[in-house]
Design a protein around this ligand. Structure first.
Ligand code: PEP
Ligand code: MG
Length: 839
C-alpha cells in the first residue's frame, strides 16, 4: 500500500490531518505526521523529521508527501535527497494539505498506485471549488491544480530559453499572452506535477522553470490553437527576454562582491547600534561610482502594514471596494511604469507589467474572494492573501524568485492603501537613499536629480534596487545589513559602488580623496573616448591589439567607431538561435561577408557554433543533461553533427577568400577534437575548391587545453582564452550563478596561472595568444594579461577605449613584473591591486 506523510509547520495540525485521513483510509493506512520542529510548540519544519516519517511510511509501493506552505516544501525536498536505499519511490504532492490527504488516504486504502494516489490528491479541491462556484463565489476550476481527465484541444512543449528562466517579467508576459485568448491554458514543468492555470502569475513563477526546462502547455476552448501558437512564438523569443547566448543578462550580472562576501539575499536585518563615525560598512557592489552626501532614510510607505480592523459592510459592498482599489492600483502602477520607462528604458520598466499581472492573479484573487465571502473586509482579505502568496515566494529554492516576495508585498501595499488611505504618497528622497530594501514602486519614486546613490540593508545584485541603480547610472551598494538602517538621517556617507562599501561620517581628507577619484574617473573616460581610434602602445613601445567581441551581425561598424582593430570573437550562435531549421551555407556566408565588409580589411575571427545543452537550439533538439556545462556543447556537439560543422567551414572559407578571416573552435579539450575538425576543414576546402590562407585556432576555456597547450600548439595557429568558461571550470563555479560572484570575479590567480601555461605552450611553437573572455575588458586585468604575454585582447566594444587607455599608461616591463607577482597572490582582489597600482 502507498504510504502518506503529512508535513506541516504545526505538529498539532499534522496530527489532526493524520486523524482526518485515517477516518477515510482506516487503521491499516500507513500515514505519518511530520509537523513542527524539535522545540515543542514552535512552528517550523524539519527535514530530519520528514525523512524519518517517510522511512516509517515506506513500502515498495512508495510514499506520497503532502505539505503545507513555504519551507515545508524545502524540508520535504531535503528529506528526499537525504534518503538512502529507500524501498520504494517518493513523490511530493502539490495538493492542498487537508483535502489532498483525505483524498489520497481513500485512494491508498483502495490499493491505488502511487501515481493514482497523487492524481486523487491533486484533484481534491475540485468538489469544493465547484461548490463555492455554485454559491456565487469562486470561479469554478480557476484555481484547481489539475484539469484531470479533460482532453486538451492543443498542446505544445515549450523550451525555456531565456537566461534566468520564468521569473516575474517573462511569466507576466506568458500570463498576458494566455489571457488574450478564449482558452483555458495550463502549464506543467518537465512533465512533472499537476498542470497549473496560466492565469496565475504566482503559480507560473512558483513552477521555478529555468533555462533548459520544458513547459508542457495545454489549451482547451475555442481559441486553443491560437493561444498555443502565440505562446510558442513568445517562448521562441525567450519570453521577451531574448534567448540566452551568454550567462545571465544584466539583471544577473555579478559585479564582484566586496571582501568575498556572499550576498545575503533574504537575511532579515536584526536591531543594530548606530555605526560610529569613520565606520566602514561592507555590502555587495551593485552599481559602480562614488557618491558623497547626506543619508536619507527611506522608510515610510514601504512594506505592507496590517490594516486596522473595521466591520465588514457585506460581501457585495466589500467586493466593490476591492474592485475600485484594484483599478486605482492599476493606474498607480501604470504611472510608475511610464516614469521608469522614461528614465531607464522599457526593459527595466517591465517589472511593473508583472505587478499589473499580480492584480489579476488568481492566486491572490481566489483567497481574497473566499475571505470576503466569509465576512472579511476587502483590505484584510487582500492583505492576508498577499502575505500568503509572499510566503510562497519566500519558500522557493531560487534566490531570484524568493526576492519576488517583495513584488507581491508592493502590490499588496498599493491595494490596501488605496482602500485605507494609509501609507499613500511617498516621501521625496534626496542625498544617499538608505532603505531596508527598495521595491520597484519605491525605486520609481526616486528622482535622479536629487538622489546621489542607493544603500540598502538587504538585497543582492539581482534586486530591483541594483537593477535600477545600474540603469539610472546611480552608484549603489546593497546587502549592507541592519547597521546601515541605524545611521541617523543627515549623516554624511561616502559610498563606493565598486568596492561595495559605505563609510559613515568620513573624515574630510577621505571626502576630498573621493571627490578627486570621481573627477579623475570622469576625465579618464572622456580622454579614452577621444583617443579610441589610436593603437594601444605601451610606454616601452609594445603594441597590444584591442579587438571587439560581436554577438550579432549588425554591430561591426559601431565597434570600429569605438576603436576596435578587428573582431576577436564572433559568436556565431546568433545565426542559429530562435529558428526551427538550421541556416544554410549561403545564408551564413552572406551574413559573415557583411560583417567582414563592415570591418573594412580588419581581421575577423569567427568562432564555430558554440551551442549545447546550456545554449539549446530548437533546430538541434538534444536530450536534457544533468550538468549541461559539462555536457555535449561546443566542439563536442559540432563533431557529433559533422555536417553542421562542415557547412559552417564552407561558409567561412567563402568569405576568407576575400577577407582576412580566421576560424576558432570552442570548448576544445583534446588533440583528437582538433584533428577531427581539421579533417572536416580539409573536406570543406576540397568541396569549395577554396585554398585561401585561413588560420585555425582554438579557444582555451577548458583547463585541460591550458595545461596541455604545448602539445596542442603544434596543431593550431593560435589560442584565444575564453576566460568566462575557463574561470567557471577552474573554480568549479557556475558562471551564471550570482551567489558565486566572489569565485567568478577575475582575475583569479589560478586562472592567471593557466593563462601563463597557455602562453608558454604557444611560445614553444611560435603561436600567438589572445583573450576574448570578459577579463579582457577589465582595464586592470588587461594589463596583467598583456604582462603574461597575451598580444590580443577582445571585449565588448564599449570597453575598448578604456582598455586601450590603460595599456598606454603602463610599460610592458612593469606589466610583466605585476603579472609575475599576481601569479603568487591569494585572491583576485590582490592580483588586481597589483595592476591598479600601475594605473
Ligand atoms: C568564454 O568562455 O570566455 C567565451 C568568450 O565564450 P562564451 O562566453 O561565448 O562562452
Ligand atoms: Mg566560452
Amino acid at each position: 500500500m502507498v504510504g502518506l506523510v503529512v508535513v506541516s509547520h504545526s505538529d498539532v495540525l499534522a496530527q489532526g490531518v493524520v486523524r482526518l485521513a485515517r477516518e477515510m483510509g482506516g487503521e491499516g493506512l500507513a500515514i505519518e505526521a511530520a509537523g513542527g520542529i524539535e522545540e515543542e510548540g514552535v512552528l517550523g519544519t524539519d527535514a530530519e523529521r520528514v525523512k524519518a516519517a517517510i522511512e516509517r511510511a515506506m513500502s515498495s509501493d512508495g510514499v506520497l508527501v503532502l505539505m503545507d506552505l513555504g519551507s515545508a516544501l524545502m524540508s520535504a525536498e531535503f528529506a528526499t535527497e537525504m534518503l538512502e536505499g529507500a524501498a520504494g519511490p517518493v513523490k511530493l504532492s502539490a495538493a492542498p494539505l487537508v483535502e489532498g490527504a483525505v483524498a489520497a488516504a481513500a485512494a491508498a486504502a483502495g490499493g491505488a498506485s502511487l501515481d493514482e494516489v497523487a492524481a486523487e490528491a491533486r484533484g481534491a479541491l475540485a468538489m469544493k471549488t465547484a461548490q463555492i462556484g455554485d454559491d456565487g463565489g469562486a470561479d469554478p476550476g480557476a484555481d484547481v491544480d489539475a484539469a484531470p481527465g479533460g482532453e486538451a484541444d492543443a498542446t505544445a512543449d515549450l523550451e525555456v530559453r531565456n537566461a534566468i528562466g520564468l521569473h516575474a517579467r517573462p511569466a507576466a508576459r506568458f500570463v498576458a499572452t494566455a489571457r488574450g485568448f478564449d482558452a483555458d491554458v495550463r502549464v506543467a514543468k518537465n512533465g512533472d506535477g499537476a498542470p497549473i492555470s496560466a492565469r496565475s502569475l504566482t503559480n507560473l513563477v512558483a513552477l521555478g522553470a529555468r533555462l533548459g526546462d520544458t513547459l508542457r502547455v495545454t489549451a482547451t476552448g475555442p481559441q486553443a490553437a491560437a493561444a498555443i501558437d502565440a505562446l510558442r512564438a513568445l517562448a521562441d523569443e525567450g519570453f521577451g527576454d531574448g534567448v540566452a547566448t551568454e550567462p545571465a543578462a544584466s539583471e544577473d550580472a555579478s559585479p564582484a562582491s566586496a571582501a568575498g562576501a556572499m550576498p545575503a539575499a533574504g537575511a532579515a536585518p536584526g536591531p543594530a547600534q548606530p555605526p560610529a563615525a569613520g565606520a566602514v560598512l561592507t555590502g555587495v557592489a551593485a552599481s559602480a561610482g562614488v557618491a558623497i552626501g547626506p543619508a536619507h532614510r527611506l522608510g515610510l510607505g514601504l512594506g505592507l502594514a496590517a490594516p486596522a480592523d473595521r466591520d465588514a459592510r457585506g460581501a457585495e459592498e466589500e467586493w466593490r471596494t476591492l474592485d475600485g482599489a484594484l483599478t486605482a492600483a492599476r493606474d498607480d502602477i501604470e504611472h510608475d511604469r511610464d516614469v521608469v520607462s522614461g528614465r531607464a528604458g522599457a526593459a527595466d520598466a517591465a517589472i511593473f507589467d508583472a505587478h499589473l499581472a499580480l492584480l489579476d492573479d488568481d492566486a491572490l484573487l481566489e483567497p481574497t474572494r473566499a475571505a470576503i465571502a466569509a465576512g472579511a473586509t476587502a483590505e484584510r482579505a487582500w492583505y492576508d492573501a498577499a502575505q500568503q502568496v509572499a510566503a510562497v515566494y519566500r519558500g522557493l529554492d531560487e534566490p531570484l524568485l524568493r526576492e519576488r516576495a517583495t513584488d507581491v508585498l508592493d502590490v499588496g501595499r498599493r491595494v490596501v492603501s488605496a482602500i485605507t488611505g494609509d501609507g499613500e504618497g511617498r516621501p521625496s528622497a534626496s542625498g544617499i537613499v538608505v532603505a531596508d530594501e527598495l521595491t520597484p514602486g519605491d525605486a520609481a519614486g526616486l528622482d535622479p536629480e536629487h538622489v546621489l546613490a542607493i544603500a540598502t540593508a538587504r538585497g543582492s545584485n539581482t534586486a530591483h534596487a541594483a537593477i535600477l541603480a545600474r540603469a539610472l547610472g546611480l552608484p549603489a551598494v546593497v546587502g549592507l545589513g541592519a547597521e546601515v538602517l541605524a545611521v541617523a538621517d543627515g549623516t554624511t556617507l561616502l559610498l563606493d559602488g565598486e568596492a561595495g562599501t559605505v563609510m559613515v561620517d568620513p573624515p574630510a581628507d577621505m571626502v576630498n580623496d573621493a571627490i578627486q577619484r570621481r573627477e579623475r574617473a570622469e576625465r579618464r573616460r572622456a580622454v579614452a573616448r577621444e583617443r579610441a581610434g589610436e593603437p594601444a602602445i605601451t610606454r616601452d613601445g609594445e603594441r597590444i591589439e584591442v579587438f571587439a567581441n560581436l554577438g550579432t551581425g549588425s554591430d561591426a561598424a559601431r565597434a570600429v567607431q569605438l576603436g576596435a582593430e578587428g573582431v576577436g570573437l564572433l559568436r556565431t550562435e546568433f545565426l542559429f538561435l530562435g529558428r526551427s531549421e538550421l541556416p544554410g551555407e549561403e545564408e551564413q556566408a552572406e551574413t559573415l561577408r557583411e560583417i567582414a565588409q563592415a570591418l573594412d580589411g580588419r581581421p575577423l575571427i569567427v568562432r564555430t557554433l558554440d551551442a549545447g545543452a546550456d545554449k539549446p537550439l530548437p533546430a538541434l533538439p538534444m536530450p536534457a543533461e544533468e550538468n549541461p556545462f559539462l555536457g555535449v556543447r561546443g566542439i563536442r556537439l559540432a563533431l557529433a553533427r559533422p555536417e553542421l560543422l562542415a557547412t559552417q567551414f564552407r561558409a567561412i572559407l567563402r568569405v576568407a577568400a576575400d577577407h582576412p578571416v580566421k576560424t576558432m573552435l570552442p570548448m576544445v579539450a583534446t588533440l583528437g577534437e582538433i584533428t577531427a575538425a581539421c579533417a572536416l576543414l580539409d573536406r570543406a576546402r576540397a568541396d569549395t575548391g577554396i585554398d585561401a590562407p585561413m588560420e585555425l585556432g582554438i579557444m582555451v576555456e577548458v583547463p585541460a587545453a591550458a595545461v596541455g597547450a604545448a602539445r596542442l600548439a603544434a596543431h593550431v595557429d593560435f589560442f584565444s582564452l575564453g576566460t568566462n568558461d575557463l574561470t567557471q571550470y577552474t573554480m568549479a563555479a557556475e558562471r551564471g550563478d550570482a551567489r558565486l560572484a566572489p569565485l567568478l570575479a577575475g582575475p583569479q590567480p589560478a586562472v592567471l596561472r593557466l593563462v601563463a601555461a597557455t602562453v608558454a605552450g604557444a611560445a614553444a611553437h611560435g603561436r600567438w595568444v589572445g583573450v576574448c573572455g570578459e577579463l579582457a575588458g577589465d582595464p586592470a586585468a588587461a594589463v596583467l594579461l598583456a604582462g603574461l604575454g597575451v598580444t590580443e585582447l577582445s571585449m565588448a566594444a564599449a570597453l575598448v577605449p578604456e582598455v586601450k587607455a590603460a595599456l598606454r599608461e603602463v610599460s610592458l616591463a612593469d606589466a610583466r613584473a605585476a603579472a609575475e607577482a599576481a601569479l603568487d597572490t591569494d585572491d583576485a582582489d590582490a592580483a588586481r591591486a597589483l595592476a591598479l597600482a600601475l594605473l
